[in-house]
Design a protein around this ligand. Sequence first.
Ligand code: PLP
Length: 394
Amino acid sequence: MKFQFGQYGGQFVPPQIKQALDELEQVFLEAIEDDSFQEELRYYFKNYVGRPSPLYFAEELTKLGNGAKIYLKREDLNHTGAHKINNTIGQILLAKRMGKKKIIAETGAGQHGVATATAAAMFGMECEIFQGKIDMERQSLNVFRMEMLGAKVTGVETGTKTLADAVDFAINEWVKRIDDTFYLLGSVVGPHPYPTMVRYFQKVIGEEAKVQLNEQESVLPDYVIACVGGGSNAIGIFADFIDDLDVNLIGVEAAGKGLDTKEHAATLTLGKEAVIHGMNTKVVLDDSGNISPVYSISAGLDYPGVGPEHAFLKDSKRVNYFAVNDQEAVAAFLKLSETEGIIPAIESSHALAYALKLAPTLSKEKIIIVNVSGRGDKDVEAIENYLKTHKRGI
Ligand SMILES: *Cc1c(COP(=O)(O)O)cnc(C)c1O
């Protein structure tokens, strides 16, 4: 088998899917060489998603840290409020190119489900989303959103009834419907070519940030920081900087209730090499070697695997990965809201928390870019509940 990222990646899938994946890869490779596809992608990024998203100098936050300058890449300002729409637009254009009119997707908290249902509505495609039964109960607002956008939401009753089970379920459903259905995966995970394809559609984040910082400061950043669930917003902002070896790249995953507890989602920090969802990568395993349930206050970060490219970037040491716990993330969520009037997603707050620790240790001419992967309106209630039982601040 071919692996795309060192020993990581690959295609661990049934033969029927292997053929569909090869076809998908072919279509993808042709599409990105085709000017009309590129033009269409640019058109929807600009006029529907609202790209480019601003690169904002967070002056108040910088003053507070009294160290490095902090810039924020504002993916929270995209249509539907996060970076996920970049990928769903890209993949739905591929579906259209293949003549497929039916879309299926998995979702955890419902963010990818909403982004997929949004793009499917706009392109007039039939859309079915698979979501764990427990996640459907926890995230009922997103279930209504998907339904309003015309999607069918199907509950998954197997396993822990959460994201990992929804992905397995979606892959199995795809086998049954492979002739007329496009599987729209939500992060840089799954069998090849998904990690490569999703990276391609998300790399616009870092390409824009590089140009925007050059316009404002005429330099490259010293640090680029992003949160890591499956890893798509992080790969998106890192991709264009990977060959710039002076730029420090930092991925931040969820330490949940602490790395010394079982309630975390720190795949790169504590995971081991294993196969999950069609790829070889790092996975959080229990003592008997089974995939472990994971936890974070942030629904978008609690995934037991991670994109295979991140496993490779960790081993090769090009990217450093750290873990931030619930409490630190909530404190950063409140800090950005209070100082800059920007309510970030609780996922993005993990990246911010690390930036807030780092900035005071650096001199004032250093520059940090933090990817604000999404907005926090969806998290306000969870933060409110958290504050009822926990102290504010770190
Ligand atoms: C889904 C989500 C994430 C995590 O997904 P990645 O693939 O790791 O980017 C992070 N931030 C937001 C706002 C999300 O919705």
